[in-house]
Design a protein around this ligand. Structure first.
Ligand code: RP5
Length: 167
């Protein structure tokens, strides 16, 4: 098993509802912020390091099988010429959230443009550069449409923001 095909890192034995794909292990310091937020909302999730350029077949299989495995929402974070979110969105009807990552010589502007400028028909909900926390919060809000307990936790979280809490 290569470094790019690590086993799922979920939150226990539950079926993951959110899938997080990360373009490189070097992206983990930012993208692991997603897992912290999803754990706060008690949402089962998994994270895999897989590159649209270096592991295209693995990305293809993951995207095609995510829904049947019970995944409800996908988060994809990568830097530079970021094609991860778009490649996944091309292969699934699940909502895909893209996280452009900085770290390149263009400070993430390259990844921002390549994530957000999707052609009509293949949307990627793009958050800010390095916006991993917001990606996870948005994924939780998507899930909250059908999960009242998650919705309640999100309202409590929003209240904590009004009281000065900063995640
Ligand atoms: C992108 O290239 C990755 O998402 C990462 O942000 C960047 C550099 O990757 P590594 O060379 O560190 O693996 O595909």
């Amino acid at each position: 098993m290569s470094d790019e095909e690590q086993p799922a890192q979920g939150s226990g034995v539950e079926v993951p509802l959110v899938g997080i794909l990360v373009g490189s292990a070097s992206d983990l310091p930012v993208m692991q912020q997603c897992t912290a937020i999803l754990e706060r909302f008690q949402i089962p999730h998994e994270l895999r390091v897989v590159s649209a350029h270096r592991n295209p077949d693995a990305v293809d299989e993951y995207a095609r099988t995510a829904e049947e495995r019970g995944i409800v929402c996908l988060i994809c974070g990568a830097g530079m010429a970021n094609h991860l979110a778009g490649a996944v969105a091309a292969r699934t009807a699940l909502p895909v959230i893209g996280v452009p990552l900085s770290g390149s010589k263009l400070s993430g502007l390259d990844s921002l443009f390549s994530t957000v400028q999707m052609p009509t028909g293949v949307p990627v909900a793009t958050v800010a550069v390095d916006g991993a926390m917001n990606a996870a919060i948005l994924a939780a809000q998507i899930l909250a449409v059908r999960e009242p307990e998650v919705r309640q936790r999100i309202y409590e979280f929003k209240d904590s923001l009004a009281e000065g809490f900063r995640p």
